[in-house]
Design a protein around this ligand. Structure first.
Ligand code: GLU
Length: 427
């Protein structure tokens, strides 16, 4: 009796092939060879399949860690993603599967520098996260703050980690401790994983700095030499696969954490520990969306939001914060309709302009297009990232009356708007 995952030797008249048995495909026995390649062998030709080693599902490790007196405590809240994934040798794919205990076993250093508490909050890829998951996570953070921990590491899939870091930044008003989100671009059971440095650097930063707020800790570059701490509202995933995919946009990162644990502050403008009152403001208005402008944009897309009960809209405009408004010839006649629709929607709900350039600031006074849009009621998103503006508007509309939300969207609350955009911040 063979099962997928077994190490086998498949014998035919012409050859004998060794490898890991994969789930069979119609009429074929599929074997993953040592080289990583799969080969399919016609079932009719197979004379014998010898099992060399049965597939063993690994038991989750149980790391019962004794609390050491005098050491600070860090809580690790797991949400899933690649950092908590391993290769499933049955299918060859990457699945979210690490238990918190297993993950802790992989970072033994953590136990030397802090007492670690570990909790599985979700086991999901971050593209599946909904605003409700941000709310659950924010409540978990609050519980740990009440428990008196010194800092929190949130392990998270990288795809939407910057949405979650923004959401937590707004929801956790005056959080008295550091909350550091950490992801990985290579699953944690691979030798090349970046998980180790990201997690340990986050812990070092928690223990050695006076930061109190929400940040992201990821690789500085392609090597494993250092990590960067990015403010939660100013960070974005800007590469699909590189380990340094996360960049601070329009500001310098808060700090660099070298491999040996040395912290260098790069930007002093970050929230610090103090004794302000911590407040959980975790409501979210879900009827908020982002619209990306492009040549050929159809005003009916805007009408969709108008007619479906949306309470706020972020426009990801071009350049300094533009969209097509000028009528020049018959191909541009519909631009009039676009501007009319924008004006009508602005009279009902807050509409905020951000830029798809990501770097730089929306400036709606420079060109007549921007002035027309301002006259129509579009609010400038300043140098906020579109994703941050989206989360902020959803959060404002969830927690404040509409007029207050309108007033606060252009004001800096959590470092999401910088007074002056740092020109050193480029890709
Ligand atoms: N797409 C998954 C996620 O965001 C896996 C990628 C990753 O963790 O980086 O959770």
């Amino acid at each position: 009796m063979t099962d997928a995952g077994d190490r086998v030797k498949v014998v035919t008249n012409d050859e004998a092939v060794e490898g890991v048995l994969m789930p069979s495909e119609s009429g074929k026995v599929v074997v993953k060879l040592e080289s990583g390649y799969n080969i399919g062998i016609d079932k009719k030709k197979v004379k014998e399949i010898k099992v060399l080693e049965k597939y063993k599902k690994s038991e989750p490790a149980k790391a019962k860690v004794e609390a050491k007196k005098g050491l600070p405590t860090i809580a690790i809240l797991h949400t899933g993603g690649t950092i908590a994934s391993k290769v499933d040798y049955r299918t060859g794919g990457v699945v979210a599967r690490f238990s918190p205990e297993e993950l802790l076993e992989m970072f033994p250093e953590l136990k030397e520098i802090a007492n670690i508490k570990s909790k599985l909050v979700f086991q999901m890829f971050s593209e599946d996260m909904e605003p409700e998951h941000w709310q659950i996570l924010a409540k978990e953070v609050q519980k740990e703050v009440d428990n008196g921990v010194n800092g929190i590491i949130v392990t998270h899939g990288t795809d939407t980690m910057h949405y979650t870091s923004s959401a937590l930044s707004f929801m956790l008003e005056n959080i008295p401790i550091p909350v550091i989100l950490v992801g990985a671009q290579r699953s944690s059971d691979r030798g090349s994983s970046d998980a180790y440095d990201n997690v340990v650097s986050a812990a070092q930063f928690i223990l050695k700095s006076d930061f109190a707020g929400v940040a992201v800790c990821m690789h500085k570059n392609m090597e494993d030499s250092a990590c960067l701490i990015h403010l939660g509202t100013k960070v974005r995933k800007l590469h699909s696969s590189r380990r340094d995919a996360f960049k601070s946009v329009n500001v310098l990162p808060i700090a660099e954490v070298a491999r040996e644990g040395k912290i260098t502050i790069l930007n002093k403008n970050y929230p610090k520990k103090g004794n302000k009152k911590f407040n959980l403001l975790d409501k979210i208005e879900k009827k908020v969306s982002i619209v990306k402008i492009h040549p050929g944009f159809d005003y009916k897309l805007l009408e969709f939001y108008e007619n479906n009960g949306y309470k706020g809209l972020i426009i990801e405009g071009t350049g300094l914060g533009h969209l097509q408004t000028a009528v020049l010839d018959k191909n541009t006649e519909h631009h009039k309709k676009i501007l009319e629709t924008v004006r009508r929607i602005c009279s009902k709900i807050p509409v905020v302009m951000t830029s798809q350039t990501l770097f730089g600031r929306v400036e709606m006074n420079v060109y007549s297009t921007g002035r027309d849009l301002q006259n129509a009621g579009v609010i400038s998103g300043e140098d906020m990232l579109p994703e941050t503006a989206f989360v902020k508007l959803a959060w404002l509309l969830g927690n404040y009356p509409k007029e207050k939300a309108r007033e606060l969207i252009g004001k800096n609350l959590r470092g999401e708007i910088s007074e002056r955009t740092d020109i050193r911040s480029t890709l």
